[in-house]
Design a protein around this ligand. Structure first.
Ligand code: F6P
Length: 526
């Protein structure tokens, strides 16, 4: 079987080098590194299209990076990337290829799974999304009573919810007149609250479930169907085909639910749930912002794919991010990473990244089937700046833990309120600076003295000191466009991939979610 190589990272020469190098560097002040290298910021910055990653505020030297790149080489990352893009069955435990990248491929080359080019089917599926979304948006597609569609309800959970929900929110600025809603939780409050204000005549329900067996989605879909068929509306079974569509690989279950064949959007087993927003799972995105923007979103992701595939590791944004993350997770033993987008539009990015990263890399068995004795997947959390500064940043600045941060900012705003954007970005830079530079006793002393707080100096001084030397990455993007959003998500997908390769785990299964599901069925029967 062609699979990723089985290499225990801790047995590599570079890992051993990193362990001894860590002892030398763990207490080094980043400030001294900046003093030694006047070009540190430029030296530790990589650019790609409208992205710039400044990773100079990390506890690394050129030597650290050399060992990390060597670790990537020793882990045969290059070979893994080729297999990933090449359609090989690298998801060994589910015997599947991993080809979400084919969904956004813009090359004319064939992408083969078991010798068969998947691209014609991909193009056909995208074309169907295009035609359907445009008909709904321009009103030629009608609900059962002949009225135009005004509301879209996505029913799905996990990858069939988090991706589309996040992107629809993130691209709100580009949105058309359709109202989009999402039902995911099995908690009946969720579906009840959403249905409360809907008119069945003008609502399109998009049931998204790759397997069409997920308890939450089927329960919610059934409740919606019963509501739709309730007597007060005078609807009948044959009306369902006008107001319900499905996205799934399980065509027989979809049919049994009552959805017409022509209303089914297919996907493939080589698209993992948490990587599926590029497929018809993204139908609510295409409905909400139009296929043109959806297409640009795919294009942006494709460009990040090309960057990831073809750029040497040193200049490769996802690779650099993954290696830094491994450095902190496995050597500094940090437990979590915080992602802070300085854009309200990206409020739902952290929960999306939680599934992407934690469902992929939360594993403790290696590719040889052995138990792992080093740390793998880290905890991802976050929220938007500046809100977080009035919430959890206290702990990041002055707490006992090292929590590496990804700050994501945009040079230009979409709204055009100059004053707001200047203040927002001043905070973006200030947070990274505060984490890096901290505030010494002397600085605090002078401050208190200046404020005339002489009596309180001794009492307050220790509480006002900021240790500093806390790591962060600054990801600066020109503007929140569909292209750049696509590239940003693809960037995190590839970061997750690189980490999984080096940790020697299978990133594309999720058996860890099964036990709870089984037990819930047992409890239900009691
Ligand atoms: O949570 C487990 C999981 O299998 C996810 O990986 C997936 O995104 C989600 O359930 C939903 O699955 P489906 O699309 O098959 O309903």
């Amino acid at each position: 079987m062609m699979s990723l190589k089985n290499i225990n990272p801790t047995q590599t020469e570079s890992w051993k080098n990193l362990e001894s190098h860590f002892k030398e560097i763990k207490n080094v002040e980043m400030k001294s590194l900046f003093q030694k290298d006047k070009n540190r910021k430029e030296n530790f910055t990589v650019a790609f299209n409208e992205f710039t990653l400044d990773y100079s505020k990390n506890r690394i030297t050129e030597e650290t990076l050399q060992y990390l790149y060597k670790l990537a080489d020793e882990s045969e990352l290059k070979d893994a990337i080729e297999k990933y893009f090449g359609g090989e069955r690298i998801n060994v435990t589910e015997n599947r290829a991993v080809l979400h990248t084919a969904l956004r491929n813009r090359n004319n080359n064939a992408i083969k799974v078991d010798g068969k080019d998947v691209m014609p089917e991909v193009r056909k599926a995208l074309e169907k999304m295009n035609t359907f979304s445009e008909a709904v948006i321009n009103g030629t597609y009608k609900g059962y009573s002949g009225k135009k569609i005004l509301d879209i309800v996505n029913i799905g959970i996990g990858g069939s919810d988090l991706g589309p929900r996040m992107v629809v929110d993130a691209l709100q600025y580009y949105k058309n007149h359709l109202n989009t809603h999402f039902i995911s939780n099995i908690d009946g409050d969720h579906v009840t609250e959403i249905l409360k204000n809907l008119n069945p005549e003008t609502t399109l329900f998009v049931i998204v479930s790759k397997t069409f067996t997920t308890q939450e989605t089927l329960t919610n879909a059934m409740t919606v169907k019963n509501w739709f068929l309730s007597q007060e509306f005078g609807t009948k079974e044959s009306d369902i085909k006008h107001n319900f569509v499905a996205v799934s690989t399980n065509l027989s279950n979809v049919k049994e639910f009552g959805i017409a064949d022509e209303n089914v959007f297919t996907m493939w087993d080589w698209v993992g749930g948490r990587y599926s927003l590029w497929s018809a799972v993204g139908l609510s995105i295409s409905l909400a912002v139009g296929y043109g923007h959806f297409n640009s979103f795919l294009k942006g992701a494709f460009e990040m794919d090309e960057h990831f595939k073809n750029t040497p590791f040193k200049k490769n944004i996802p690779v650099v991010l993954a290696l830094l993350s491994i450095w902190y997770n496995n050597f500094f033993k940090t437990e979590s990473e915080v992602v802070i987008p300085f854009s309200q539009y990206l409020e739902k990015l952290p929960p999306f990244l939680q599934q992407l990263s934690m469902e992929s890399n939360g594993k403790s068995t290696d590719r040889n089937g052995d138990s792992i004795d080093y740390q793998t997947g880290n905890i991802i959390w976050g929220n938007t700046g500046t809100n977080v500064q009035h919430a959890f940043m206290q702990l990041v600045h002055q707490g006992t833990k090292i929590i590496p941060v990804d700050f994501i900012g945009f040079e230009e705003s979409l709204h055009g309120l100059k004053d707001h954007h200047e203040k927002l970005m001043a905070n973006f830079y200030a947070q990274a600076e505060a984490l890096y530079a901290g505030k010494t006793k002397d600085e605090v002393y002078l401050d208190l003295k200046f404020q005339g707080n002489v009596d309180k100096i001794n009492q307050l001084l220790p509480f006002k000191v900021f240790e500093g030397n806390k790591p962060s990455n600054a990801i600066l993007i020109k503007k929140l466009t569909p292209e750049n959003l696509g590239a940003l998500i693809a960037m995190y997908e590839h970061k997750t991939f690189v980490q999984g390769v080096i940790w020697n785990i299978y990133s594309f299964d999720q058996f860890g979610v099964e036990l709870g599901k089984e037990l819930a069925h047992k409890f239900l029967k009691k």
